[in-house]
Design a protein around this ligand. Sequence first.
Ligand SMILES: N[C@@H](CCC(=O)N[C@@H](CS)C(=O)NCC(=O)O)C(=O)O
Length: 487
Amino acid sequence: MLEIYLDPCTVNSRKVLAGLDLLGTQYHLNHVDYFTGAHKGPDYLKINPHGTLPSAVDGTCTITESNAILQYAADHSSDSSYYPKDLKHRALVNRWLLWEASIWFQSNYLYLVEYVVKPLLKAEPDQSVIDAHAPKWKEQAAILDAQLAKTKWLAGDQLTIADIAVAAPMHPHAEQRLPLGGFPNLKRWLEEGQKTQGAVNKALAPPTTNGVSSDKYRTPAQVRATFNYTKDVDGLTEIYFYECDAAKDVHEPGDAPYEMAVTDGWNRVKSISVDKEGFSLHDFNTGYDKWEDDEGVRANFYPEVVDFLKSTTGAKRILVFDHTIRTKTNAAKPLTDQKNTSQRAPVMLVHCDYTSDSAPLRVRQLLPSDAEDLLSRRVAFFNVWKPIRNVVQERPLAMCDVTSTKPEDFFKLHLHYSDRDGENHVMRHSPEHRWIYFPKITTEQVILLKSLTQKQMDAHASWVIPPLRIQIPRPTRLFVKVLRFGQ
Ligand SMILES: N[C@@H](CCC(=O)N[C@@H](CS)C(=O)NCC(=O)O)C(=O)O
């Protein structure tokens, strides 16, 4: 069995994880913690005197260099298509492997250092370094793009280890701020290549169900994901849900994607609360299952939500006033379809559902005769987020710990419907934001989100874990909007 030494946080380690998975290679993984410098320790230097990650050991044979590990594993694989035996075809693959190791890795690494590593170390990126290097990166990217205009993958119509190697230094491209504009074939290829990243995701996922790491080399249970923040520009940020001239030239939200760390919240699920972090996780079972029947949901499921919230929050009066079924398959339905409010796609935007102006307005619309009395006391808006068909494997909900936000991080998004205007909050990026999610929550659990009390805000965003290797039937989840009135 091949012994592999790596830290999935590093680019070349991820390359090997993805490659071995593709090749179907059996291996035993040894985590060597890059961030504590274990790769420079005496034990590891005996394996790899270069002190670099990754390495592989097969009996008496030790292999350093990530691409050499890929070649070795490919030569032992029963499927030779990933590293063709035909010498001319193989030469094409080797060409890209050597180019990646000698030119491309360093070129991309420079972006990683300036835009990812330095901010993590609280240092300023040096724009002059990037400016000086960008023409060289673009020159190389253009060669890749031209190749990918001719062939689906780098060495022809079949995915090979060359694709795994060359894409590896570019996977965090959003956070690296790689200038991908103008390279459409490169972008297409990178997106398709996401399906090779299953083993990388698995290696980054928490090791045990009780959340306690069983591996002393393992870093905390975190993954990284892209969050669509919004640039805070002069003027309004708006969305029109109908077509009109005014909609043509507006600043739309979600134009500032940042890759951020997302921490697994299961480790401290009992201590996370709606009153502190702004959200919490609870058990909630229901026998109700007619989710396409809006009237049925209102008549039969809403009362269950009321009971759940009374017992969870201690509130005396609860009004459940809206629900939305969010599933990826609903993405085909146009956003401009204003009649369809209950069947929607997950929202891939960092946002908070209410503002301090829209919340009281909503109370007045919903309960006109009681509104002034209620608003003189405490009112809170909640969302209840519940998987209704499957364990959520894809596009889980991530929550921003409200204690890591500042009021000035939030600003208004103006929503224009043909018959009314509304508003949400969107967020500008801050490196201080702490994002948390609960991987694989089941149909017997719910996330409770406090969208607004008179004082507090939180932000949530649905985000994508790159597709998992095992395809799970599509998850579907329900969002219920709730008002809770103060004691
Ligand atoms: N060409 C080598 C590069 C390996 C490499 O530089 N790995 C980085 C992590 S991505 C590392 O271990 N750096 C530590 C060092 O160079 O001191 C390979 O492909 O394996």
